[in-house]
Design a protein around this ligand. Structure first.
Ligand code: AMP
Ligand code: ZN
Length: 139
């Protein structure tokens, strides 16, 4: 995609701090890091979101995520790593090229809002009904 910033990174048309690359994926530092070591994994082939991603690229991104997460663990010794991926403007996807965030959190870094939500018991009848609706849509 010509006007996609992440496609331009894949093609080397704009700079990036590369962490990892293979035939299908590219991993690089997020330039607005939530924490130290915040890394993005993207498919080289443009796909906007989870619905557009091919099975092969989905597997490749997640295989690479495991590899990079292991490297982050070894290099930075974080307390944990949040894995996050946004689909659609409603959930604040800003760059419309699929990207998987790896966000480590070290001991001296503050709690992240995205990993802290209040647990409130839901309506079990509604949960059941919605789960059945999703399950039915799978067949
Ligand atoms: P989102 O679409 O909300 O999941 O997040 C897009 C992410 O891409 C943000 O965390 C940005 O900081 C990051 N980002 C945008 N442009 C670049 C770039 N040129 N290099 C590295 N990261 C970028
Ligand atoms: Zn793209």
């Amino acid at each position: 995609m010509d006007d996609c910033i992440f496609c331009k990174i894949v093609k080397g048309e704009i700079p990036a701090f590369k962490v990892y690359e293979d035939e299908q994926v590219f991993a690089f530092a997020d330039i607005n890091p939530i924490n130290r070591g915040h890394t993005l994994i993207i498919p080289k082939k443009h796909a906007e979101n989870i619905w557009e991603m091919s099975e092969e690229d989905m597997q490749a991104v997640h295989r690479a995520a495991k590899k990079v997460a292991r490297a982050i663990e070894k290099a930075l010794h974080p307390e944990g790593i949040a894995c996050m991926q946004l689909n659609g403007k409603a959930v604040n996807q800003v760059v419309m090229h699929y990207h998987y965030h790896l966000i480590p959190k070290s001991a001296d870094e503050p709690e992240m809002a995205l990993t802290r939500w209040e647990l409130k018991p839901g309506d079990m009848d509604q949960i059941k009904e919605i789960s059945e609706k999703i399950a039915a849509a799978l067949s």
